[in-house]
Design a protein. Structure first.
Length: 67
């Protein structure tokens, strides 16, 4: 019975992986790495500085801080 319940929840389409993939809408313009839309300025600037030696605005020109 437990196996049947587990397969029903998997077939229901409630996969967290699909939800996470759809939430990645911030893209680095240098390497095209997708970031989660909930990423904060600190994480984005660390990516830009550590990976590319660029500023936040150079790698993520479309990003605006949440209000």
């Amino acid at each position: 019975m437990k196996r049947e319940r587990n397969t029903k929840t998997i077939q229901g389409g409630k996969s967290q992986n699909k939800i996470n993939e759809s939430a990645k809408n911030i893209v680095c313009k240098t390497c095209f790495q997708a970031m989660l839309c909930t990423s904060r300025e600190k994480a984005l600037s660390e990516h830009a500085e550590n990976k590319h030696n660029k500023t936040l605005k150079e790698c993520f020109p479309d990003w605006a801080p949440p209000s």
